[in-house]
Design a protein around this ligand. Structure first.
Ligand code: NAG
Ligand code: NAG
Ligand code: NAG
Ligand code: NAG
Ligand code: NAG
Ligand code: NAG
Ligand code: NAG
Ligand code: ZN
Length: 925
């Protein structure tokens, strides 16, 4: 399935509540900039003066101990409210620059005596007031001290005011600033997004404040605990629309809207054409139900009176949960009933569910500091499945957390280089450290351990504690232990406190493998490491042991949950099979004695439906990973794939294919591949026939949601393993499309796979047709499908020509160069060509693509994925030596890792090749 992972960043609401969108569609930008009209547009009284008159004194402080050298704000001042006016110019000035000007008044109170005002400001040119960057006045009875001097600190993003006397504790003041900034296309702060409609260029001024970009929009106390009330004014042209977090005062032009029972206004915004094509309908349909679900789940009403969601043509993350005004990448909000696939639709549902979960958890109640980001993102990444399930109850979407979070993060968290979920507050200071927190561990491990917590407390108890937490801290800030406290108050029947249990999962990295020996009855745990030879140099106060909640069943009968605190539970013997981690509710792997493994395998082969879909997937994923870690032998892992000939469900198949992919990469250039291909052909054939039947000979779309994904697997694998009828089918579809390019008969769900296979079986004609369609594609997702499919050809000269295209920005956009080379390297024929191509041109690539979106580390990772011979290892080392003078930039670490991984692959292949060949050979006949 083509689900793309998104990083949704939460709003650090306190500081920045703004997150204003000035959405503007200028009708005729080709008309020359008209100064008269610009002046008439309601320039505010205090409009910024010409920036050239502004001094920007920049002092580099002599001692590093000054308060303005710290990345964290001092605790002497707290903001109360802001009045912010922003005026984005949607046409360039005479120098071709897009600017915005603004005015801000922040009321703050003094809680500790100080003669310094330190406030964030970055890349803003501040207007001079009588020689200073800002103006200060007292509120009520307070008299403001006079300003001695003001200056900007570039490194820590501060505007600093040195006062002649101290501010009074308990008094409030108003700080006024006027500023001018660039409305750049840098996707940060207040920025510019452009698109073309009916041949006319349109400009949108929009925002991305999280994590540290509000300070690039207006001077503010830019930290999550610095919550305040905001009044936002946007100056904009007639015929354009301005949106902000709250309800608008004045006229607006909703393109779509609906109401909930208590008059909540829900609107979806996008390019006019997209709305006219009804691409916003689906998002509008699911938003109401999802909000209702959370109101019930949290036992708290939606905290605002409106919910706007807008799709932006240029957007860096997947979506951003600005309170009441969520911003999205177009692919995460817009659904086209004709062009979009089932995967596209699912992504829209889950991203909306994720962002709306943050309206309470994250926005209404906000974590104190970024070190606790995992709780915010992990939480939303867990409950997004619950919200999406409510909106689309037939999808069984809750099961998918296994593939897309649990298994995904197991892979990362099983490395010795992993890190704990929780960080200490002092460890996270700089903007770079803050943005590092937005990673797979925070999102997916956070989701997995919270799901485990909810499962062992039971969902009603979890929801009750959650509701108590949200109601207690509404409009305030928390640390993660506050949630544990509230869960503890309602939680019962657990052997330790929520704190003690959860600390082991959040304060130490990794997870355990639980081993159940059904002969002796012993149950033990051990830190699971994918590479048994790796050394963990990060000590843990808990010695890498966990309190493990083990749900289990014996011969189909659910048993009482067992808490593994140290060791040993009673045995089970005889014909009984034992399965632990039922419903995969725990964040751990399971191993058994060989007898029990045999009983489970025989159960799979005779009656696999006795186990749940996700437990089938879990057995496969555990076995393959235990084998990689040398805890069980490889043939045992391979045996878990035997029953697949009978499997029809998506999740177990997907799990097996992901694991077998490593075998394909290691062996697709060796004699093993022939046997592997025969085996997989035998296994996939029944699935292919099944889909042929249920789709009435490929004329219908399967009704089951995940069946649609598994149909893609069935066709993709069947064609590459040579199942009879598959190639002919694909070729005929593609041929029909070539004959009438305006009538593509291929269903959107199948396009990625069908294009790839058709191009792999075809020649220059098929390739050139795809290139033409790629050049004409108007839908971004269609262009991506074609761009990846063109890398599937087996014709070397076509692959080499395509490689050359990647360095010609008129053919392949610069931002797509790296991924295109990776697609080519993914192809067994293309891999050596891509390697030669990159090696031969390294210094050219490095010099010309050294900056910007060209990702050298992805490039090195992509090309070296298959490396598993001594010869390749030597080549890699030589490449490193030969180019030391050029350098590797962002690929330096990736290159080291590639050498390490190649070494590990060589070892694995040496140890396993003969056994694997023997096994596939025996099993494929
Ligand atoms: C902010 O604006 C409101 C109304 O628009 C006004 O009453 C208030 O005095 C303003 N506050 C400051 C600090 O300018
Ligand atoms: C800010 O001031 C500098 C120095 O005068 C100038 O080069 C720059 O263009 C100004 N930026 C904006 C956005 O006005
Ligand atoms: C939205 O809901 C309406 C009413 O139930 C339905 O007719 C329409 O097909 C739905 N649109 C989409 C894109 O799901
Ligand atoms: C929901 O909240 C209300 C009041 O806020 C409270 O009385 C009620 O007990 C809560 N319900 C649950 C199930 O927690
Ligand atoms: C970890 O191991 C050390 C040394 O064996 C022991 O003193 C300590 O109590 C252990 N800590 C925990 C939490 O088990
Ligand atoms: C273990 O099983 C034996 C025999 O069935 C039983 O007598 C004993 O109480 C069990 N022990 C525990 C800890 O459950
Ligand atoms: C796995 O174990 C079986 C039986 O114990 C043995 O025959 C086989 O050679 C082993 N395979 C590997 C890869 O070590
Ligand atoms: Zn999020």
């Amino acid at each position: 399935m083509g689900r793309v992972y998104y990083v949704s960043k939460n709003v650090g609401l306190g500081m920045l509540v703004l997150a204003t969108i000035a959405l503007a569609t200028i009708i005729a930008l080709s008309i020359a900039y008209d100064k008269e009209r610009a002046k008439n547009r309601g320039k505010p009284e205090n409009e910024a003066t010409d920036s050239t008159s502004m001094p920007t004194p920049l002092t580099t402080p002599s001692t590093p101990k000054e308060p303005w050298d710290h990345y964290r704000l001092p605790d002497s001042l707290v903001p109360v409210s802001y009045n912010v006016t922003l005026w984005p110019r949607l046409r360039p000035n005479a120098d071709g620059m897009y600017l915005f000007t603004g005015y801000s008044a922040v009321i703050f109170s003094c809680v500790k005596e100080t003669d310094l005002i330190i406030i964030h400001s970055n890349k803003l040119n501040l207007t001079n007031f009588y020689g200073h960057h800002a103006k200060l006045s007292g509120l009520g009875d307070a008299t403001a001290p006079t300003i001695q001097k003001t200056w900007l600190v570039v490194k820590t993003h501060y505007l600093v005011l040195q006062l002649r006397s101290a501010l009074a504790v308990g008094a409030s003041y108003v700080l006024h600033t006027e500023f001018q900034g660039e409305l750049a296309d840098d996707l940060e702060g207040f920025y510019r997004s452009e698109y073309t409609e009916d041949g006319v260029k349109k400009v949108v001024a929009t925002s991305q404040m999280q994590a540290t970009y509000a300070r690039k929009t207006f001077p503010c106390f830019d930290e999550p605990a610095m919550k305040a009330v905001f009044t936002v004014t946007i100056i904009h042209d007639q015929g354009t629309v301005a949106l902000s977090n709250g309800r608008e005062i004045g006229s607006f032009y909703p393109l779509l809207w609906t109401k909930l029972s208590h008059s909540l206004q829900i609107r979806i915004w996008a390019r006019r054409k997209a709305i006219e094509d009804r691409q916003g309908d689906y998002a509008l349909n699911v938003t109401g139900p999802i909000l209702q679900f959370y109101e019930h789940y949290y036992n708290a009403t939606y905290p605002l009176s409106k919910s706007d969601q807008i799709a932006l043509p240029d957007f860096n993350a997947g979506a951003m949960e600005n309170w009441g005004l969520v911003t999205y990448r177009e692919t995460a909000l817009l659904y086209d009933p004709i062009m979009s696939s089932t995967g596209n639709k699912e992504r829209i549902t889950t991203v909306i569910a994720h962002e709306l979960a943050h309206m309470w958890f994250g926005n209404l109640v906000t974590l104190q500091w970024w070190n606790d980001l995992w709780l915010n993102e992990g939480f939303a990444s867990y409950v997004e499945y619950l919200g999406a399930d409510y909106a689309e109850p037939t999808w069984n979407i809750k099961d998918q957390i296994i593939l897309y979070d649990v298994h995904k993060v197991f892979a990362v968290d099983a490395l010795a280089s992993s890190h704990p979920l929780s960080r200490r507050e002092e460890e996270v200071n700089t903007p770079a450290q803050i943005s590092e927190m937005f990673n797979t561990i925070s999102y997916s491990k956070g989701a997995a351990v919270l799901r485990m917590l909810s499962e062992f407390l039971t969902e009603p108890v979890f929801a009750k504690g959650l509701s108590s937490y949200l109601n207690t801290f509404a409009f305030g800030n928390t640390v993660y232990t506050d949630l544990w406290d509230h869960l503890q108050q309602v939680g019962m029947h657990i052997p330790h406190t929520v704190h003690n249990i959860m600390n082991r999962w959040t304060l130490q990295m990794g997870f355990p493998v639980v081993t159940i020996d059904t002969r002796t009855g012993s149950i033990t745990q051990k830190h699971f490491l994918l590479d048994p030879d790796s050394v963990v140099d990060r000590p843990s106060q808990f010695n890498y042991t966990w309190f493990v909640p083990i749900k289990w069943m014996k011969t189909g009968v659910e048993q009482q949950q067992h808490w593994l605190l140290q060791k040993t539970v009673n045995s089970t013997t005889g014909e009984d099979w034992v399965l632990a981690n039922t419903n995969v509710s725990g964040y751990f792997r399971v191993n058994y004695d060989l007898d029990n493994w045999d009983r489970l395998l025989s159960l799979l082969n005779t009656n696999h439906q006795a186990l749940s879909i996700i437990n089938r997937a879990q057995i496969i994923d555990d076995a393959f990973n235990l084998a990689r870690a040398k805890i069980i032998n490889t043939t045992l892992a391979l045996r878990t794939s035997k029953y697949l000939a009978k499997e029809r469900d998506y999740i177990p198949w997907e799990s097996a294919l992901r694991n077998l992919d490593y075998y394909i990469l290691m062996f697709d250039r060796t004699e093993v591949y022939g046997a592997l291909q025969l085996y997989l052909k035998k296994q996939i054939q029944p699935l292919f026939e099944y889909f042929k039947t249920i789709t009435a000979n490929w004329t219908k779309v399967p009704t089951g949601h995940t069946d649609r994904y598994n149909q893609i697997n069935a066709i993709g694998i069947a064609c590459s393993m040579g199942v009879d009828g598959c190639r002919e089918l694909i070729k005929s579809w593609y041929r029909q499309w070539m004959e009438s390019p305006h009538h593509n008969p291929i269903h959107p769900n199948l396009k990625t796979t069908v294009y790839c296979s058709a191009i792999a079986f075809g020649g220059v004609e098929e390739w050139d047709f795809a290139w033409r369609m790629f050049k004409n594609a108007t839908l971004a997702s269609e262009a991506v499908r074609l761009r990846s499919a063109m890398a599937c050809t087996k014709v070397p000269w076509l692959l080499n020509r395509y490689l050359e295209y990647t360095l010609d920005p008129t053919k392949i956009r610069k931002q797509d160069a790296t991924s295109t080379i990776q697609y080519i390297a993914r192809n067994v024929v293309g891999m050596p060509l891509a390697w030669n191509f990159v090696r031969a041109r390294w210094s050219y690539i490095f010099q010309h693509y050294g900056r910007g979106s060209f990702s050298f580390s992805n490039l090195v990772n992509g090309i070296t994925k298959r490396f598993s011979t001594d010869f390749e290892l030597q080549e890699l080392k030589k490449f490193k030596e030969d180019n030391l003078h050029v350098g590797f930039g962002s690929a330096t670490l990736a290159l080291e890792q590639a050498i390490e991984k190649t070494t590990a692959n060589i070892k694995w292949v040496t140890e396993n090749k003969a056994h694997v060949l023997k096994w596939f050979t025996e099993e494929s006949t």
